[in-house]
Design a protein around this ligand. Structure first.
Ligand code: PMV
Length: 363
C-alpha cells in the first residue's frame, strides 16, 4: 500500500466458529467469547476507490457494486454504517467512495458472506484512515498489528463475527481471563499447535436457500431466553477447552467441544420463543452417516454448523483423502446438487493496489 494510491483491493476470508457467538449486548458486544478458524478459499474481494467529491456536501457519497451489478439494499446498509463513522472520520465526507465487491464462492452456495464482506469493509476503511488521518501505511510488524486490530474493531462494528476474519489460522473474540489481550471490541490471533496449522474444512451444501430467520433476529431471541445464562457460562468453559486443544494439538478435545458448540447453538434456536430450526432433515442424515463412518474409519473429523443447515466437516490433513471419498460416495445424494467446498485454514487477508501484487502484509 502506498499513501498516494487512490484505490486498494482487500481480499478477506470467511471464518468458521468452533465456539459460537450467539447473543449480544448493545453496541455489538458479545455475551460470550468465541473462537474460529480462518478459512482460505471462501473470500470477498473488495476494491475501494476514492476521489475528491465534485460537490462537497456533509454526507457520505458511495457507489457499491457486487459482481459488477449495483446492489441498492447492500449499498444503503454500508452507507448507513459509514455515516455512523462520520463523527470520528469527518474526512469521509470529502470523498466519493466506490466499492466493487465479489465473492470467490458462488452466491447460491449457502455460505454466509457477511464475515468476509464486512471484514473487507473494515480493512478498506482502516486503509482510508491510515491514508487520510495518519498519512502513512503500516510498515513494521507492530504497525501491522495495530492495523489489524483497528480493522477488526471496525469489522466487529459492521457485523460481529467478521472481526475474527482478520487473523491467520485462528482467532478469539471476546474477553476471556486466560488471554490477557482478549477484548469484546476486537478479535486477537491465538496460538495453534504445529499439527493443527493446516486443518481442513469440507463445507457441505445441504441447502443453499436464504434462511428463514436472520442471525440478527437469532441473537435477539437470546434476550430473555430461559437457558441464556447457562449457555453463556458453558461457552466460556468451552472457550478454555478449545484454546487449550488448539494450542496443544489435542484432537479428541477439539472435536468434542466443536460438536457440543454446534449442537448448543441449534438447541438455543429450538428452545427460543418463538422456536425455530435451521437444520434440515439432510443435515441430521449427514451427521448420522458421518458419525457411523468415523467409528469404523477412525478418521479425525468432526462437524460444526453455522446459523444455517450446511455442515462444516473440520478434519486433519491426514484424514482428507478418506473423507473426500466418503463424501463423494456416501453423502453426495444428501447435498444440494451434490455441492461441497474443499476449504482449509488460511493466512488471513491479502491486499494489493495498482503498484503491487497480493501480499499478506505483516502476517
Ligand atoms: O456475526 P453474526 O451476527 O452474523 O453472527 C454469527 C453467529 C454464528 O455464525 C452462528 C456464530 C459465530 O460465532 O460465527
Amino acid at each position: 500500500m502506498a499513501s498516494s494510491t487512490e484505490s486498494i483491493t482487500w481480499s478477506a476470508p470467511s471464518n468458521i466458529a468452533l465456539v459460537k457467538y450467539w447473543g449480544k449486548l448493545e453496541g455489538q458486544v458479545p455475551c460470550n467469547p468465541s473462537v474460529s478458524l480462518t478459512l482460505e478459499k471462501s473470500r470477498t474481494h473488495t476494491t475501494f476507490s476514492w476521489a475528491p467529491k465534485k460537490d462537497p456536501g456533509l454526507g457520505v457519497e458511495l457507489e457499491f457494486s457486487f459482481h459488477g451489478k449495483s446492489k441498492p439494499d447492500f449499498e444503503a446498509k454500508i452507507k448507513k454504517f459509514l455515516e455512523g463513522q462520520l463523527s470520528s472520520r469527518p474526512y469521509l465526507a470529502q470523498w466519493r467512495l466506490v466499492m466493487e465487491s465479489r465473492n470467490t464462492f458462488p452466491h447460491s452456495a449457502g455460505i454466509a458472506s457477511s464475515a468476509s464482506s464486512m471484514a473487507a469493509l473494515g480493512l478498506g476503511l482502516t486503509s482510508l484512515d491510515w491514508a487520510h488521518q495518519k498519512r502513512t501505511t503500516p510498515q513494521s510488524p507492530a504497525e501491522y498489528a495495530q492495523f489489524w486490530s483497528e480493522a477488526s474493531e471496525l469489522a466487529r462494528a459492521a457485523s460481529g463475527s467478521a472481526c475474527r476474519s482478520l487473523f491467520a489460522k485462528a482467532a478469539l473474540w471476546g474477553r476471556h481471563p486466560e488471554i490477557e489481550e482478549s477484548s469484546n471490541l476486537r478479535a486477537v490471533p491465538i496460538s495453534v499447535h504445529k499439527d493443527f496449522q493446516n486443518l481442513k474444512d469440507a463445507i457441505l451444501i445441504i441447502d443453499a436457500g436464504e434462511k428463514g430467520i436472520s442471525s440478527r433476529a437469532g441473537h435477539g431471541l437470546m434476550n430473555g431466553h430461559p437457558y441464556a445464562q447457562a449457555r453463556f457460562e458453558r461457552a466460556k468453559k468451552h472457550t478454555s477447552i478449545c484454546l487449550s486443544a488448539l494450542a496443544h494439538g489435542d484432537w479428541e478435545s477439539l472435536a468434542k467441544v466443536t460438536e457440543a458448540e454446534a449442537l448448543d447453538l441449534h438447541a438455543m434456536m429450538l428452545t427460543s420463543d418463538p422456536w425455530y430450526t435451521l437444520m434440515r432433515p439432510n443435515t441430521l442424515a449427514a451427521i448420522s452417516k458421518l458419525v457411523a463412518w468415523r467409528e469404523t474409519s477412525k478418521a479425525q473429523v468432526c462437524f460444526t454448523l453455522d446459523a444455517g443447515p450446511n455442515l462444516h466437516l473440520i478434519h486433519t490433513p491426514g484424514s482428507h483423502d478418506a473423507l473426500r471419498d466418503f463424501i463423494q460416495n456416501e453423502l453426495t445424494p444428501l447435498l444440494q446438487e451434490g455441492k461441497w467446498i474443499d476449504d482449509e485454514m488460511g493466512e488471513g487477508p491479502l491486499s494489493w493496489d495498482s503498484h503491487s501484487s497480493p501480499a499478506h502484509g505483516g502476517h
